[in-house]
Ligand binder design. Structure first.
Ligand code: PLP
Length: 394
């Protein structure tokens, strides 16, 4: 069977790795080395000049990390991919590679708190401006694009409001204007959504989340065309230096093998918890792409394989009510991050999006009584019992 015919469930296990190239080791080895030796000075010269294949120094490339790069490229259907020390290292390397002083970045209406922080740095120090756009119609998008818009940056689902952006619609308009579209695909993983196949140019992940799946790594990824990934590898990855270690790459390769199985269970559990929460008298509003009443339900059907493992909801009451509620949970852990085996809940206004000024949070519709639930892999009945007893106490 040709490699390019293999299915996702096979690719997560085999892509990028051949045992016979590594002493027949079934599992990829960890190349725990900072540097690589050259047989001669001339060989070193040729490798630096790019005239000879081979590794040089692990910030410029490492065999274990390369296996991960190739596997992610296959899963995201890109020509190439790069691994970073964190999701934010990936976001910053991509945005810095695509922009220069005087440019403009158009963002979806809501981004992760630290991405918001990075946008402020780019604006303050490098005069790279940004705006947030609803991206809910062609007309609105056309109006929001400026003459100096150098890239469009999208989260979908948006963290933590769970609004969706129609990627194909944005990609078509951006293509006509020659503007690259960058998508943070963290909430979906390539199992649920592949933005490159919808016409977008770059996919980013906080691989800390579903791709790792076990809550024990901080990592980031970017995938796209070979040319752009090579450019980033030579510039904002190599020279800024936020590269992934070989051990963390190995842990991600291990986590990836079960991604489809885990994602199916995350999605099934989330459906059960949504069914419980949606009519609960203490729940004010609920935001979940699988909700038929969700404003973007049709977009979900168009571009996501399933509805994902995240649910946001407001409890009736104030910020303090929301805090009292999560303090009562016994099984579900209060923690930022998502995509782990453990079910996690967090309070965006004081945690992941605390750095976003209150007025901007309001515009992004992050209410003070909003909670974000990352549904884990436990028995859904136990999770519902925990939510039920905690809700009964507020
Ligand atoms: N993008 C999204 C949507 C996130 O939720 C996060 C982290 O929570 C990041 C990017 C940043 O990733 P990391 O924490 O791995 O740097």
């Amino acid at each position: 069977m040709k490699d390019n015919k293999r299915r996702f469930e096979t690719e997560v296990i085999h892509s990028g790795y051949q045992p016979n190239e590594h002493y027949d080791s079934l599992v990829p080895p960890i190349y725990q080395t900072s540097t690589f030796t050259f047989a001669t000075a001339e060989q070193g010269e040729q490798r630096f000049a790019g005239n000879e294949e081979g590794f040089i120094y692990s910030r410029l490339g490492n065999p274990t990390v390369k296996i991960l790069d190739e596997r992610i490229a296959a899963l995201e259907k890109g020509e190439a991919a790069l691994a970073f020390a964190s999701g934010m290292a990936a976001v910053s390397a991509v945005l810095m590679a695509l922009t220069q002083s005087g440019d403009h970045i158009l963002c979806s209406k809501g981004v992760y708190g630290c991405t918001y922080g990075l946008l402020q740095i780019l604006k303050r120090k490098y005069q790279i401006s940004h705006d947030f756009s609803l991206m809910d119609s062609k007309e609105e998008l056309e109006r929001s694009i400026q003459a100096n818009t150098a890239c469009i940056y999208i989260e979908t689902p948006i963290n933590p409001t769970m609004k969706l952006v129609d990627l194909q619609m944005v990609a078509e308009i951006a293509k006509a204007k020659g503007i690259p579209v960058v998508v943070d695909n963290t909430f979906c993983s390539p199992y649920l959504q592949t933005p490159l196949t919808l016409g977008c140019q770059v996919v980013i992940h906080s691989a800390t989340k579903y791709i790792c799946g076990h809550g024990d790594v901080i990592a980031g990824l970017a995938a796209g065309s070979k040319d752009l990934m090579e450019q980033i590898a030579r510039t904002t990855q190599k020279d800024v230096g936020g590269v992934l270690s070989s051990f963390d790459a190995w842990l991600l390769l291990r986590g990836l093998k079960t991604l489809p199985v885990r994602m199916d269970r995350h999605c099934e559990n989330a459906e059960k918890l949504f069914d419980f929460l949606k009519d609960h008298p203490k729940v004010e509003a609920i935001y979940y792409p699988g909700d038929r009443k969700h404003a973007d339900y049709q977009i979900k059907n168009k571009q996501m394989k399933k509805s994902g493992g995240l649910i946001s909801f407001t409890v009736k009451g104030t910020k303090e009510t929301a805090q009292r509620f999560i303090n009562q949970l016994q099984l579900i852990k209060i923690a930022v991050s998502l995509g782990d085996a453990e079910t996690l809940i967090q309070h965006p206004a004081t945690m992941t999006h605390a750095a976003v000024p209150a007025a901007e949070r309001k515009r992004m519709e992050i209410e003070d009584n909003l909670l974000r639930l990352s549904v884990g892999l436990e028995a859904w009945e136990d999770l519902i019992e925990d939510l039920e007893q905690a809700l009964a106490k507020i």
